[in-house]
Design a binder for this molecule. Structure first.
Ligand SMILES: Cc1cc2nc3c(=O)[nH]c(=O)nc-3n(C[C@H](O)[C@H](O)[C@H](O)COP(=O)(O)OP(=O)(O)OC[C@H]3O[C@@H](n4cnc5c(N)ncnc54)[C@H](O)[C@@H]3O)c2cc1C
Length: 567
């Protein structure tokens, strides 16, 4: 079934759930009126349906390849990139001074999700560029900005991020790539990076790498790392791609999915680079890119979930098996359970993602630290719940297809294979959950508590019209508050870390219920209400088990020694 962009979901979420009117009321985003938003979503949706979705399967069947050191992308990807670039979708939120549209991140996030649903492998390319654009806007010198930003924003050039090395994965501080000053304001960067998404392509004039490396006086660990902009071709005097830099793609990784996205081993041999941010301040600069990417990766999960749901629904509407009123499997209760769960989870994950993006926009537009704290709190939840929804929904999508789900030609399995990595890259989901219960609770749980207050206030107010839905949301929130206070009181960090993942999932369940309740209020007699009722009755109750698990502590986890685990 061809992909259909879920425009009405975004419109409802923007209007009634995540408070886009607040964003549009700020001076910074005053041009993002409802009409503009609708026009943008419709236009982007059309591009995703007509240009990107047809590239999903060819990318899986004919992965990117390296031919004598030259990278060849999957069939049609060059045209896909052209459509993305010419539509202005790379630089939607880029600074207008450098050719961007200056639109809210919430809108970019919705468009990114649609692109992910249509073709995840190709969507990763603009996502990498967007992160780089944001990092350069915040941390690069004016000269670098003037030279690079217009080309990145227009899509003439593409961007990548280079953190990972064989011995430095989650532990980025263990990296050994080096940089030395050339004496003319540039640096020579040397080292090998692995797993670099879109490390090269055959459709942009240049590829700009943001590379983490250590200067000779950099201390060990993350504090001694600096960030460098290292282009594939050195810009000439006119800013056009000139001579080739001393870097190359050594090989491509063979992956379980995401075949259309070349994942490269990169070698830098004294490649010329320019410092971004301060010496030894690389992690702070890279964090700008990583936070953007975490929201984006959460959105990739949501997109994959939407694509997988639409695919499974189409199959269920056609597959005849057993005696049912319609003759097809869609009338079996268990198939309904799967489809309702897929749809309800996708909506919840989308709402969390847009709420996260909206908080970033409000923080950018107002400078209000409460909005920044809200955005920081929601980022790991969005990343983990979005990607897990992507995995859960696409895995259920395979099940809806029965045996045909296991057969590649139906395309159901591709959603699962492609989305699986989203729980791993951009900070594994386990590490994201640890971030939630450690760094994001360094305020004594204040940001979390403010959000829980809002959810409870809203549930109280909704009791008048939707008591059966509002009551369980209020109770779940109260339990989540008690557990949050328990976490804040734990001084032993391993106790917190042991319960981090179930705690995050419970938080996401409650948030999802809150946003479903808002949607039900907006359309109390329609399908939104029915979907919210299913989510609140059938999925929200998971929170109780998750919160119990979250408070179980670490002792049981270490009860078996490593030797006993082996025995
Ligand atoms: C397809 C793909 C694309 C990628 N793209 C990029 C890219 O563009 N740029 C880039 O720089 N990198 C990229 N990566 C790398 C990716 O970010 C890393 O794989 C990821 O950070 C995990 O590192 P690792 O693979 O070394 O796993 P490890 O760090 O070895 O982790 C193994 C396991 O241990 C857990 N673990 C590790 N440390 C801790 C800890 N302190 N506490 C608790 N648990 C822990 C992890 O959660 C995981 O479950 C990509 C990876 C893939 C597969």
């Amino acid at each position: 079934m061809p992909y259909r962009a879920p425009i009405s979901d975004y419109e409802l979420l923007f209007r009634h759930v995540v408070g886009f009117d607040k964003i549009a009321a700020t001076e910074k985003f005053s041009e993002a009126s409802e009409d503009v938003v609708s026009a943008i979503l419709t236009e982007a949706g059309k591009m995703c349906e007509e240009v990107m979705a047809p590239l999903q399967r060819p990318g899986d069947l004919e992965p990117a390849r390296l031919e004598n050191g030259v990278l060849r992308t999957s069939p049609g990807y060059a045209d896909g990139w052209k459509a993305i670039a010419e539509g202005g979708w790379v630089g939607m939120s880029g600074d207008p001074e450098y050719g961007g549209m200056g639109l809210p991140i919430a809108l970019t996030t919705a468009v990114n999700e649609m692109m992910s649903a249509a073709c995840l492998s190709l969507q990763l390319a603009p996502l990498m560029s967007q992160g780089q654009i944001e990092a350069l806007e915040h941390h690069a010198s004016d000269e670098l900005k003037a030279l690079y930003l217009p080309k990145l924003i227009s899509g003439e050039w593409a961007g990548t991020m280079n953190l990972t090395e064989p011995q430095a994965g989650s532990d980025v501080g263990a990296l050994t790539s080096k940089a030395e000053a050339n004496g003319d304001g540039t640096y020579a960067v040397t080292g090998q990076k692995i797993f670099i998404s879109w490390g090269d392509n055959d459709f942009t004039q240049n590829v700009c790498h943001l590379v983490l490396a250590r200067l000779p006086d950099g201390v060990p660990g993350t504090k001694g790392i600096s960030l460098f902009l290292v282009p594939k071709y050195l810009p000439d005097e006119d800013g056009n791609p000139g001579v080739a830099n001393d870097l190359k793609v050594v090989s491509l990784e063979h992956k379980m999915g995401l075949h259309g996205s070349p994942t490269c081993v990169m070698q830098y041999d004294g490649a010329k680079g320019w410092l971004v941010g301060k010496e030894h301040g690389g992690m702070a600069a890279m964090f700008t890119m990583m936070n953007n990417a975490r929201l984006g990766v959460g959105g990739q999960g949501v997109g994959a979930a939407e694509g997988a749901y639409q695919h499974a629904l189409a199959y269920a509407l056609e597959r005849k098996q057993g005696k049912t009123p319609s003759g097809t499997i869609i009338d079996h209760a268990d198939v309904r359970r799967m489809l309702m769960g897929m749809r309800a989870d996708t909506f919840a994950a989308r709402a969390i993602m847009l709420a996260n993006a909206a908080a970033i926009d409000m923080a950018n537009a107002t400078g209000d630290s409460e909005w920044s704290a809200r955005a920081a709190l929601l980022t790991p939840i969005c990343k983990v719940f979005g990607t897990e929804a992507g995995m859960r929904v696409s895995e259920t999508g395979v099940q809806v297809h029965g045996g045909m789900g296991f057969i590649e030609e139906t395309g159901a399995a591709q959603y699962y294979r492609d989305v699986r990595v989203t729980a791993i890259y951009e900070g594994t989901n386990g590490i994201q959950a640890m971030d939630l219960v450690a760094r994001k609770m360094m305020d004594g749980g204040e940001a979390a508590s403010r959000l829980l207050d809002e959810i409870e206030d809203h549930a109280e107010q909704a009791r008048a019209t939707l008591p059966d839905l509002a009551g369980p949301v209020w109770e779940a929130t109260e339990s989540l508050r008690e557990t949050t206070e328990w976490f804040v009181a734990q001084s032993d960090m391993n106790t917190r870390f042991a319960g981090a993942v179930p705690y995050l999932h419970a938080f996401a369940r409650v948030l999802g219920a809150h946003y479903h309740l808002k949607a039900a209020q907006a359309e109390p007699k329609g399908p939104r209400f029915k979907l919210a009722r299913y989510y609140i009755n059938a999925l929200l109750p998971e929170y109780a088990g998750l919160l119990a698990q979250a408070q179980n502590g670490a002792d049981d986890l270490y009860a078996l020694s490593a030797e006993e685990l082996v025995a």
